[in-house]
Design a protein around this ligand. Sequence first.
Ligand code: ATP
Ligand code: MG
Length: 366
Amino acid sequence: AATPSKSYTVTLLPGDGIGPEVISVARNALHLIASIEGIEFKFKEMPMGGAALDLTGVPLPEETLSAAKDSDAVLLGAIGGYKWDNNEKHLKPETGLLQLREGLKVFANLRPATVLPQLVDASTLKREVAEGVDLMVVRELTGGIYFGKPRGFGTNENGQEIGFNTEVYATYEIDRIARVAFETARKRRGKLCSVDKANVLEASMLWRKRVMEIAAEYPDVELSHMYVDNAAMQLVRNPKQFDTIVTNNIFGDILSDEASMITGSIGMLPSASLGESGPGLFEPIHGSAPDIAGQDKANPLATLLSAAMLLKYGLGEEKAAQRIEAAVLNTLDRGYRTGDIYSAGQKLVGCKEMGEEVLKSIDSKV
Ligand code: ATP
Ligand code: MG
């Protein structure tokens, strides 16, 4: 092999449940890609979640966070499981995930929803509606109503108990998520739809104003706006109209879950969380699936596609990313399926064998 032109440090956080199984597949794929593309990966595998709790007493040990911060990108498997479900609240494995996102200051969450031609029938929508859907939801992750102040409980003038939260967005928060979204759209089909509720909410009025302002930096991207109620409807009526969607924290929470159901297969869906300059965090959207953990049944494709996002959005290695995506499609074309996406007539395989078949596809595409 040629001497590597570029070297990247990638922190791997296998986590719990099926996490180690799917991360192992992704690691092998990245290793193979590196030798083909003439790049180098230095992997640092660190404990996180329940695995870290058992080992160190905390779900995100300091060494794990500092390794993550010092790397070029972070690939996470999954966190949590029955074993820790009755823990004290502050010792839950999931707390580690929040701390990691906070530590890496990742404010942009990217979730693609792609209906692969091989898996159209897994969609919850009719074939004609689902076929060809390929969209990306860019969700603001660290601001908005989940964090805004004032918040809390109180009493109103009638002595009634109240709960209240505040939707707040500052200019810089909107500008930076808008830039991530325009950059993302640029790497895709060049269309961005900003979703808000600017007919009612002041935070949304500012959102729309800033997004329009930032648009001037991206004349090559076609910008449109949609109210969130309409967007929720359009996503199931005609999802093909969307390329990239950008929206605030709470709307993005809801719309990205809605969009993921269009594809119908949780074992296929990757995600990326990006910050201003530091390493991005890449992970499948599924959980640790304790019901199938350790049984070699997990679908590794969501994690492989997360590794592809790591290459594309985290390292700018687009060609390497395409190799993984093409290999995933090729493996599905050759009929290989894990249990979650299996249908009659296909070849049912486990996590390891699926991974091996993807490696073969990567190899044969050289
Ligand atoms: P979270 O941990 O995010 O709260 P959860 O525990 O409700 O989510 P998951 O762990 O994602 O959910 O599992 C939900 C269901 O999907 C389970 O039956 C699990 O076995 C299945 N599942 C999840 N991921 C995969 C995968 N990669 N391959 C196959 N099946 C999966
Ligand atoms: Mg879970």
